[in-house]
Design a protein. Structure first.
Length: 449
């Protein structure tokens, strides 16, 4: 069997600069793509409509095959998540410990976003901004939230899926694919069933990260990797060419389907094929410096960039700054300063709220929450997010979501104080106690993002 689930603890905790750099690059692509999508138009009656310019371009459909990097996020999340879980497990941690730390790291940044947006939009509404404009800006948080729901669900499944992976890695992957295809086959008769693939598709893509963490892709030859890339893209072309699935990968994204798994296979093999070259780029000191700062705040950047973009675009409509018609050459050239303006707005936001992504710290002799509290926190977080995914995000749901996220943080409580491993020369009494879930202070976004 090619997968090696019994990876050593030393291997599990090593930072991989390739993963950090690829994740950061993907994040920049997401920000750039959204800058090419948002184009609001102000009408005389005070209402605003938006035009998704990028989706209307005929050339975008084939280009989206290369730009749709969401599967790669889940592959990378599978690598780092499995490494983190194995390290925690080696320190006698449990799945509930893993869920507690994961929830805190992902929910706290989102809680801040929802609370600030809810308060700011209510102020704008009281100042006389048209309700339709408020709703448009509220929708700016919907896309980050659906990704958070999918990513959080996949991450919380890691302890369970890792157990299946250790026992039968290929059978586990095949079972997820079978469930995914079954849902795709029934989605025409039962459209709501398609959302079950929010679990099956992203868990299957995450399993690719498990294989990568175990060295499966590393042990493949270049010919095998190229063959995997070509085969997955040919199959993708076949299922979209005969209209089994849409050809536009953005359409295939929510709810996800088999196309996203095929992209994930291609992207995982491509990453392994280019790993040595990426590692060389990641070795530059200035690259390491940028990743050290921005890479550890990736969730804050992801959550805030679209609301900031929508807010900035809305304010520009009220100013005297000339707005070129959407889709014109002037509009496309204007995307460059728009991108850098969003990056500039992100700097103070990351400075203010990025610390919420820090590793949760423990008070001395703190006790962790009960298992019931962790399960309740998961439900409290996922319910408003699922509501937003099914019915759209409203101002009321924005405030309710912020309250639910805050309640989840309170339920999760303090992280138990870790007991340091015994040092040479210490007696048996130093070994008393339990090694808890916290990672070592020097382990950062690579293992915990």
């Amino acid at each position: 069997m090619d997968a090696n689930p019994s990876a050593s603890l030393a291997t599990a905790v090593q930072r991989d600069p390739v993963i950090d750099l690829v994740r950061f690059t993907c994040l920049l692509l997401v920000v750039a793509a959204h800058c090419m999508m948002v184009s609001p138009v102000l009408h005389k009656d005070g209402t605003v409509t938006t035009v998704n310019v990028l989706m209307e371009q005929g050339w975008f459909t084939p280009v989206a095959w290369g730009l749709m990097i969401v599967p790669l996020f889940f592959v990378l999340g599978g690598v780092t998540g499995l490494q983190s879980w194995r390290r925690l497990k080696a320190l006698d941690g449990t799945g509930f410990d893993f869920a507690q730390v994961r929830l805190l790291r992902l929910v706290r940044p989102a809680m801040a976003l929802l609370a600030v947006m809810w308060g700011g939009l209510w102020v704008a509404l009281l100042l006389g901004v048209h309700p339709q404009v408020i709703q448009m800006m509220t929708a700016g948080a919907a896309m980050p939230l659906w990704f958070l729901a999918a990513y959080l669900t996949a991450q919380l499944s890691i302890p369970l899926m890792a157990r299946f992976h250790e026992r039968a890695p290929f059978l586990t992957f095949a079972a997820l694919v079978a469930l995914m295809v079954t849902v795709d086959s029934l989605r025409g008769a039962l459209p709501v069933l398609a959302f079950a693939n929010m679990i099956f598709v992203w868990c299957a893509v995450q399993q690719l990260g498990f294989f990568m963490a175990d060295g499966f892709f590393e042990r493949r030859t270049r010919t095998w990797l190229v063959g995997a890339i070509v085969s997955s893209n040919l199959l993708l072309g076949l299922v979209t060419g005969v209209a089994v699935y849409p050809g536009n990968m953005v359409v295939n994204l929510n709810p996800p389907n088999l196309c996203l798994l095929l992209l994930g296979i291609s992207q995982a093999a491509t990453l392994q094929l280019l790993r040595n070259g990426i590692r060389g780029i990641a070795g530059f000191r200035w690259v390491q410096a940028v990743i050290a700062v921005a890479g550890r705040r990736s969730m804050t950047v992801y959550l805030w960039h679209l609301p900031l973009l929508v807010g900035m675009s809305g304010l520009l409509l009220l100013s005297d700054v000339p707005q070129p018609p959407a889709g014109t050459a002037e509009w496309w050239w204007a995307r460059i300063p728009v991108f850098f303006a969003v990056v500039a707005l992100l700097v103070p936001v990351v400075w203010l709220f990025g610390r919420l992504e820090n590793r949760p710290t423990a008070a001395s002799h703190a006790r962790g929450p009960s298992r019931a509290a962790v399960v309740t926190a998961v439900v409290v977080v996922l319910v408003p997010v699922a509501d937003a995914a099914f019915n759209g995000l409203t101002l009321a749901l924005l405030g309710g979501g912020a309250a639910c996220f805050a309640l989840a943080v309170l339920l999760l409580g303090r992280v138990p104080t870790p007991v340091l491993p015994p040092q040479p020369g210490y007696g048996a009494e130093v070994r008393a106690g339990r090694w808890w879930a916290l990672p070592a202070p020097d382990l950062r976004a690579n293992l915990e993002a």
